[in-house]
Each structure stands twice: as C-alpha cells, then as structure tokens.
Design a protein around this ligand. Sequence first.
Ligand code: SF4
Length: 328
Amino acid sequence: MPGVHPGLHRTVKTFQFPLPVMLGVIIFAGSGLMMNHHQLQKTQQRKPAWLKRTLPKGSEYEKVRAVLGRGKLHSVCQEAKCPNIWECFSQETATFLILGDRCTRNCRFCAIAHGPSGPPDPEEPARVAEAATSMGLSYVIITSVTRDDLPDGGAGLFSETIKEIRKRMPDALVEILIPDFQANTDALQAVLNAGPNVLNHNLETVPRLYPIARPEAVYGRSLNVLKNTRAYAPDIPTKSGIMLGLGESPEEVEITLKDLLGVGCNILTLGQYLQPSKKHLPVEQFIHPLEFERWREKALEMGFSQVASGPFVRSSYHAKELFQSVRS
Ligand code: SF4
C-alpha cells in the first residue's frame, strides 16, 4: 500500500463501529485493501528506501568523538541519535549540548533523557571552547536541554560559552539553538548581548500537535522568542525548524511557515521525524524527498532567505552554508 496515510489510521479509530463490523474490517484488511492498527504501527516504523543510509566512519569521526569524550562534553548529535552524525563529524562540525544531558521537559519526539538535573557547571563554557578549538571548528553550534528549574533558564551559561569561544577563536562563527526561557526576555537579551551569529529556536511542529508532541511548550511563546530577537538584535539572523511526519497536514505546515515569516524568521529547516524508540510518538507519515524539495521551493517563494529541506535535515544540518548564504 503506497505510503502510510495517517487519516486512514484515524478513520478506523474514531468511528465506533460495532465489534462484528470491526472484525470485518480487520479480516478485510487481510486482503491488503486496508490496514488494522497493529499492521499500521508495524508499517509506520519500516523506513522507506530513501531513509536507509550507509554510515561512513573514519578518522575524523573518531577524532571528534575522542575530543568530546576527553572534554566530558555532550553533543546533541550523540544524545539525540542524529542521522547526520557521521557526515557532520567528518566535516569537523558538532553541536555541543550544554547544561547537562537531562531535560526538565519531556517532548514526545525527543530521545534526550528527561528529569531533574544538577546545577550548571561553571567550567563547562571553557571546556566547550577548548574542544571547539582543538577540533579546529570554524562554525560552532551550541544548544541545551531545557532547564525550567533555573531562574534564567541557563541563559548565563550560553553567554559565557559564546564569550569563551570568542576568546580562543575570535573569527569563529557561533550559532545558538535555544529553549524558550519560559518567555524570560531578560534571559533572551543576555544571550543576544553575547553576540551569536545566528539565533535558532525550533517550533518543531504545528500548533495543533503541541499538546501531544511538546506539551510543556507554547506555540505563541516560541514565536515570540524569534519576534523578540528580531526586535532586540535586528542584525542577527533568526532560524527555526519543523519536523514533518507527525500527522500535520500540508495546510497546517503552510500556516506555520507564514507565522514564522510573520516574526521575521530568515532561515528554515524541514526534516523527517524519526521515532527514537517505541516509547516515542509513532511516525505518521514518511515524506518523500520530492515533497521535501517542493516544500523547499515553496518556502523560498514565500520569503525565507535560506531553506534546508530533506528527510535527513536537522536543525544544524549544513548550518554554516545556510548562514553564509544569508550573509552573502
Ligand atoms: S525541550 Fe528540547 S531537549 Fe527537552 S525534551 Fe523537548 S526537544 Fe528534547
């Protein structure tokens, strides 16, 4: 059966057919015209050919892994099981995860561990900067788990990390992928004052799916992070990303893109949601690469300066190229 259409799945679930008919549906499904829930579940997780990838490994990858290990550092690449880890490591790019490896939130699509976390480590900014320097990075990406337990949400450590990197590598470009700091505008201002080259904050999905996908987040609050950045630091390009395949409709995606443009977002990433484990939300749909290409063209037509769109695209994918294209 071509692709997996989320609507089909729901139709079966929502209509309370009397049991005999339900049985009929399941038996009927046996003939391949429809799928019952379990078949759908199994099929959902079976990746299409375009999501199968041979993973090159090599000295660069091992070098980066060793540096991260020595520095007692976390990379979101490893924690979030990013499919591009080999490609990025081999291009000497990595995204550093600061503020611990446990998040105070529990987004249903995210592989990162969640729960209480210890106090921020004041030495971490220097260690990140050391590692970035020894890796010879020219484009450094800093992100973090969400620390709703901290008064400034960890903004202070973001600022210190940018400053420590600049101390060692004045020409390095720094992109930060921040949480929403629970709408704490002083925290946002403090981070922007440290002068990142790109401010990234992901919407992750469309507003209708927030309650199931990221229940502790608020769609409007996330839009305001980008809007306030545009107001406080108009020279800093803003960036955001959405995963496709969680059950969103094309109309919902288009409205979300319009909302992003409405708050002055310049750079967009669109990628395929992949289920980290059975405990996480199932994939509702695998989006074909041609459809991603169509979204890239549409988003550029709509007004984004730069768009990365594809099954393997993630927040930091080809981040340096996207930034340089915006700046050129
Ligand atoms: S807030 Fe970020 S790190 Fe935390 S669970 Fe959600 S996506 Fe993962």
